[in-house]
Design a protein around this ligand. Sequence first.
Ligand SMILES: Cc1ncc(COP(=O)(O)O)c(C=O)c1O
Length: 412
Amino acid sequence: MSSEISRSGSGRTRLDNYVDRYAARTAGMTASEIRALFSVASRPEVVSLAGGMPNISGLPLDVVGRSLHDLVSRNGPVAMQYSSGQGDPGLREQICDVMALEGIDGHPDDVVVTIGSQQAVDLVTRIFCDPGDVVLCEAPSYVGALGVFRAYQCDVVHVEMDRDGLVPAALREAIATCRAQGRRIKFLYTIPNYHNPAGVTLTAARRAEILDICREADVLVLEDNPYGLLGFDSDPIPSIRADEADGVIYLGTFSKTFAPGFRVGWALAPHAVREKLVLAQESATLCPPTFSQLAVSAYLSDHDWLGQVKEFQEMYRERRDAIQRFIDHFLNHYRVRFNRPNLDVSAEARERLKNYSWPGNVRELRNCLERAAALSQSELALKRRLPSTQVNLAMSQARWLALAADPPFPQV
Ligand SMILES: Cc1ncc(COP(=O)(O)O)c(C=O)c1O
């Protein structure tokens, strides 16, 4: 048996005696960007611009608590039991009502409840991808999904984005190039709304164009939409799935509109694909957690959850505006440019920020900008290809309001 030195969580080095026994697919499971991101973003002193962690302090925890208490007392034996591998039928109906808000006419039979949309990405990749298959992704793309694609030994081909989202001509070219090389494209993974990490939204015109390209080339679209209902500058643009049922698998989640702790998401898939997803779900977990599903279902039916989403929108808008005022005032000089809700941090600006001695809270912000830049996937994976790093401001766990109120931060 050979061995390899690895580092434990405590920082101690250990011998890994199993190094020659792991499956080949574990080679793609390298340092977890998600773990690194959460460990920094969860620290109270950190204003994280890098992840999509919702601000749970905006939730009415007393209402949620009463609802959980009712669930246990009224329906405990059901809530604590195994249940359908496809997910609770009542919740699947409610999910269809949620999707209708973004123009989707889905049927509960075609919905599979998953453990967050993260598991939906995993299940879709599991049923479609063999090692070496190509997954097309925006450049940059979401670290959590990239981790899944790596774990299944997919080849990720990044497609250029700009301020209007994925660039259709670049998608056309990427498909043609892969096909000319004899590579098998399994799907296009795209985040059309408030992209993580880039923050941009795919325009309505481009959605139609991207869909046409994928239809023509027979490329399946995996549309990941965790943030669509949280927009605060305009009404939601109809999803890609709203215009195409057969060629799109749509992923949704309650992590951002309610709470990620319940880990409830879903996939809406063409019927045949849905069958495979349920089989994959059953082999992975038997069933999604019954308790979480019923808790989410009760929240949706007993609470004005859309009113709550509107409150979230206002809260995130206020925070985005506060940080925008802050940076406009202090950092324009250093060529840090805003593109609401994005922030472009040019390499030169980062360099200058690094050498500048800021006081108190401003120093904290500087550290955050650097951490965000350091952690964002665009920086990690595409260093050489992108002129700047984009970080998503809107969904940060940022304490912008606290910063704004706290001396020595001057009001701007
Ligand atoms: C683009 C994107 N997809 C999926 C997820 C995973 O969400 P969930 O909590 O539903 O697994 C996230 C979480 O931040 C995300 O930003």
